[in-house]
Design a protein around this ligand. Structure first.
Ligand code: G3P
Ligand code: MG
Length: 262
């Protein structure tokens, strides 16, 4: 397995904490979220059965501040619930069916909490990229709680953890709460100051939409000591081209095509 080590928040070195991140090249998107219901335990279990050891997932808060895996702000697309996920308590979210929408084979699959995923991944040493996906208006609060929960759940295994977000505010809050955890800035489009934004929150790397990947963007990251990853890369020719240009990590839905060497 190709492994890389990156220093997390440089400021932490002064305090005596130096965290490193250990991540293989291919990261299964939303668990293995196209073969099984995204962001559920079933998705992680299927990805692991296919040989994956690194997973991305989306995390937001329930109304009672439980860290829950869910991509959308609302429940309709991936559960049998309705309305804003952030308005429901975990005890009620937990009762929803988050599997039937994809296939009757997954009927009754529940939503997963961050604690559920940690229980699955930590003993196996899987790498987990937690994308902080705040419900509208909750960026600081969500990032604060997700970072604190993740630091506790992955205690002693911080090298297996990466916090990422499209939200700069969320990354600021994650850094303030748990500076030693590795962070990455996600970008769908590139603002002129994208590298400054990543450096401002002491990221180790950036995660670019695949349309933004070029020899130039990759080199620009590396020149600043940042690694460069991309989402979601599903085409083998595109993946090969990106790897040839020096891309460090790929987040993929093509979990049956891309495998990390063992
Ligand atoms: O974290 C990479 C990727 O998941 C970002 O986009 O919308 O799939 O969460 P999205
Ligand atoms: Mg995501």
């Amino acid at each position: 397995m190709r492994q890389k080590l990156y220093t997390a928040d440089p400021g932490c070195a002064v305090l005596g904490y130096i965290a490193h991140m250990s991540c293989p090249r291919f990261i299964a998107h939303r668990g293995a979220g196209t073969c099984a219901p995204e962001n559920t335990m079933a998705a992680f279990e299927l990805g692991a059965a296919l040989g994956h050891t690194a997973f991305e997932c989306d995390v937001k808060l329930s109304a009672d501040d439980v860290c829950v895996l869910l991509h959308d702000d609302t429940l309709e697309r991936t559960t049998n619930g309705q309305g804003a996920a952030g308005a429901m308590r975990w005890a009620d979210l937990r009762q929803l069916d988050a599997g039937t929408w994809l296939s009757p084979d997954f009927a009754g699959e529940p939503l997963a909490s961050l604690a559920d995923i940690a229980r699955l991944c930590c003993p196996k040493g899987y790498f987990v990229n937690l994308e902080i996906k705040p419900s509208p208006g909750t960026d600081t609060h969500t990032a604060h709680l997700v970072a604190n929960a993740a630091a506790a759940l992955w205690a002693g295994q911080h090298t297996q953890l990466l916090l990422s977000s499209f939200s700069h505010v969320a990354l600021q809050a994650a850094r303030a709460a748990q500076p030693q955890l590795a962070r990455a800035h996600l970008f769908k489009t590139l603002p002129p100051d994208w590298l400054d934004l990543a450096q401002d929150v002491a990221c180790q790397g950036v995660v670019l939409h695949h349309s933004l990947v070029s020899p130039h963007t990759i080199a620009a990251c590396h020149a600043q000591g940042l690694w460069c990853a991309s989402y979601t890369v599903n085409d083998p020719e595109q993946a090969q081209r990106f790897i040839g240009w020096g891309l460090d990590h790929l987040i993929t839905d093509a979990v049956k095509t891309f495998k990390n060497p063992t």
